[in-house]
Write a protein that binds this ligand. Structure first.
Ligand SMILES: [Zn+2]
Length: 143
């Protein structure tokens, strides 16, 4: 959770850029019925500035599990790799949805490490995604 004040205009701009979705798990604010958090891609505790280029949207669980980390272990190779960067990398280059849309699959070391580190396939969220798929609300389509 950010301690820095983020002006409303900047908050709105980041929300538009992120299409109202968490940068990691793509959970949509409109589906969960609660605003997402503005997160520091490089954590404030590590010197990450409160500037547009270092800010993105994240859901509360992703932001919490990410904490101050910038890297996590890829479970396939056992190596420490950088977490997915929602501004500099494209989600679909590193992740894909399972055929029924409820589980995120890592396509790269970055994707796999981010899934593990941020627990993108927690039991609760996978269950929720099944409901969202049934309702036709998920997976989100790119605008
Ligand atoms: Zn998320």
């Amino acid at each position: 959770m950010s301690k820095a004040y983020i002006p409303k205009a900047l908050r709105n701009r980041i929300t538009r850029q992120a299409q109202g979705r968490c940068g990691y798990c793509l959970t949509q604010a409109g589906v969960i019925g609660a605003p997402l958090e503005i997160e520091h891609i490089l954590a404030e505790a590590l010197g990450g500035p409160t500037e547009e280029a270092n800010l993105w949207l994240a859901c509360s669980p992703c932001n919490t599990f990410k904490g101050n980390r910038i890297a996590a272990v890829d479970p396939e190779s056992g190596t420490l790799v950088r977490l997915f960067h929602p501004r500099e990398q494209q989600w679909h280059d590193h992740f894909a949805w399972s055929s029924n849309g409820d589980v995120i699959i890592g396509k790269t070391a970055v994707g796999r490490a981010t899934i593990a580190g941020l627990r993108l396939n927690r039991t609760e969220i996978v269950h929720a995604r099944r409901l969202w798929v049934n309702a036709g609300w998920h997976p989100p389509e790119d605008e």
